[in-house]
Design a protein. Structure first.
Length: 168
């Protein structure tokens, strides 16, 4: 199941938990969150609601798991950073311990478990390839795990994902 299919299914299961105003807010957040000193006021104005209405609905959508996170994504390359995707083969009894060690490094942006022999995946950033290599060396040394795949990006594919659905 693709990521987009997962979220479409997730939202279908949640359709009774969202009314048309929730969907309107969610659609606007997905497409273009306002960058301004008063983003919720601007968002509310754009969709003909009051700021208080938007602000009161977002925590409820987060609590229900419909909104997981509101945040920005930066183009690390344009900021001068290098990055790579890393996969580790971690023995299941050590998974949490190793994930905690990996998360300790400031260049690790996030990690996740995969149902695969390489079961811990993470993105590692650094100011240079040398810095990335040094961090991976430290991770190997600290965890004792040497079965690591480094999967650097060769080409950028930019996807615009839209997880809201039109009301039936």
């Amino acid at each position: 199941m693709s990521f987009a299919d997962f979220w479409q299914r997730h939202l279908r299961l949640r359709k009774d938990e969202m009314d048309p105003l929730d969907e309107k807010i969610l659609k606007r957040i997905e497409r273009e969150f306002p960058i301004s000193p008063y983003p919720y006021r601007d968002l509310a104005k754009d969709i003909d609601l009051c700021e208080e209405e938007v602000i009161s609905r977002i925590p409820r959508l987060k609590k229900k798991g419909i909104i997981l996170r509101i945040g920005s994504f930066f183009d690390s390359e344009k900021l001068g950073f290098k990055s790579t995707l890393v996969a580790m083969k971690v023995p299941e009894p050590r998974f949490q311990e190793v994930a905690k060690i990996v998360n300790h490094y400031p260049g690790v942006t996030h990690n996740y478990r995969r149902d695969h022999k390489f079961n811990l995946w993470f993105v590692l950033m650094g100011k240079s390839k040398r810095e990335i290599d040094e961090t991976l060396r430290k991770i190997k040394s600290q965890t004792g795990i040497n079965e690591i795949l480094e999967l650097p990006k060769r080409q950028l594919f930019k996807l615009h994902l839209n997880f809201t659905r039109e009301r039936e």
